[in-house]
Design a protein around this ligand. Structure first.
Ligand SMILES: *Cc1c(COP(=O)(O)O)cnc(C)c1O
Length: 377
């Protein structure tokens, strides 16, 4: 994707290219990794991690995905409009109190993580006269969302409630899946498996779901019935420290709007934090922290042009970023129309590290001012 340095689209805009072919290949690669009967879902919350749910979800549907996960009811309703009725849409952060009937009417499966939520769901279903399916989440050790052990015991003891709530799916989430040797993985697996056995003893139809992207790579025993990958679909490395098995999905290219020769030693940018010596060449690119070029990359990050890394110089501004292009020869310098700040070489994971964060935050911070180009379908 990064073969040339020419801008496509409107040269005055930053161009964000999203490769739906690579995304689809990543989905199929994850499907191939799954054990036996496990299904591969897709997490498309936060506008598909910033890449555009309206284009991403249909591309995944085309590859056979029928289990989608979103964060909110609003996202779920948008997705239902996009994909129609033959997909399961699970809302990961529950349902707003009082909105159970709306959620059921939209055919959304809420993830319930307190006993009170399960009771409210059962009551709403009774009032509607039809038992719409829900998911329950148990806390297997992350201590974020999920029923505690005591609440889960109470749920299992209440046969009437179990019948009325129509639980279709049981979830839990791994805290350390990206660290395969962390002992918490096996501990969470064991607690989840045990909880699943107990629930299935009473509700044999319940499906189990534990693994996010990295969880899939922990091995077949983590796959259960449905997996929930997000980041790996979008090219983030699910096995940090090893070669990334996923294809890069995103390329971000900023137009160069000024090139300048530095004839005397000088300071660059806000705070005059960076000094450059006489004889340097700088390129100012359009795109700054308002566009998701995180300011915490200042003095550490880089761009990509003429086939190599080009260091950022000084602080990232709101709308522009300065790069040192002294390493380019005159021909390369003159030909340089744009600088890539994400591509197959300069990965979301690498940029996340420069910014002191993770690739997830780089993607979900991508700005709204770019011209968005989708490849493949
Ligand atoms: C976001 C999320 C996922 C996806 O995680 P990735 O690490 O992006 O694969 C899976 N499950 C839950 C509950 C989530 O919130």
């Amino acid at each position: 994707m990064n073969a040339d340095d020419k801008m496509t689209g409107d040269v005055r805009e930053g161009v964000l290219t999203i490769d739906l072919q690579a995304l689809g290949d990543n989905y199929l690669a994850l499907c191939d990794k799954l054990a036996g009967g496990a299904r591969c879902g897709a997490v498309v919350k936060a506008d598909a991690y910033g890449l555009g749910m309206a284009r991403v979800a249909p591309a995944l549907y085309k590859r056979g995905c029928r289990d989608f996960f979103v964060a909110t009811e609003g996202e779920g309703e948008t997705l239902r409009q996009l994909l129609g009725d033959d997909v399961r849409i699970v809302v990961l952060t529950g349902v707003r109190p009082g909105c159970e009937a709306d959620c059921a009417t939209s055919g959304l499966v809420p993830t319930l993580f307190t006993l009170g939520q399960v009771r409210a769901w059962a009551e709403a279903c009774a009032r509607r006269g039809d038992a719409a399916p829900c998911a329950v989440k148990v806390d297997s050790g992350m201590t974020r969302l999920g029923m505690t052990g005591e609440e889960f015991d109470q749920l299992l003891a209440d046969r009437e409630l179990l019948r009325a709530a129509n639980i279709e799916l049981m979830l839990s989430h791994l805290a350390c899946a990206d660290e395969p040797s962390h002992p918490q993985n096996a501990a969470q697996l064991q607690r989840f498996r045990r909880a699943g056995e107990r629930l299935r003893a009473q509700c044999p139809q319940v499906q189990l779901s534990l693994a996010n992207s990295s969880g899939i790579f922990l091995g077949a025993e983590y796959h259960f019935d449905v997996t929930r990958p997000g980041s790996a679909l979008y090219g983030i490395n699910p096995v940090p420290g090893s070669d990334n098995p996923m294809r890069p999905v995103v390329e971000l290219r900023l137009p160069v709007i000024q090139k300048r020769y530095v004839s005397a030693d000088c300071a660059v940018g806000y705070g005059a934090t960076a000094q450059v010596p006489a004889g340097s060449w700088l390129a100012v690119a359009r795109g700054g922290y308002a566009d998701g070029i995180l300011r915490t990359q200042s003095g550490r990050g880089c761009g990509w042009g003429a086939g190599r890394r080009l260091p950022m110089v000084g602080r990232v501004s709101m709308d522009s970023t300065v790069f040192d292009i002294s390493a380019l020869d005159a021909t390369e310098r003159e030909a340089l129309e744009s600088i890539q700040v994400l591509n197959g070489e300069l990965t979301v994971d690498e940029v996340g590290a420069y910014a002191g964060t993770i690739g997830y935050e780089i993607l979900t911070s991508l700005g709204r001012r770019y011209y968005r180009r989708y490849l493949g379908s």
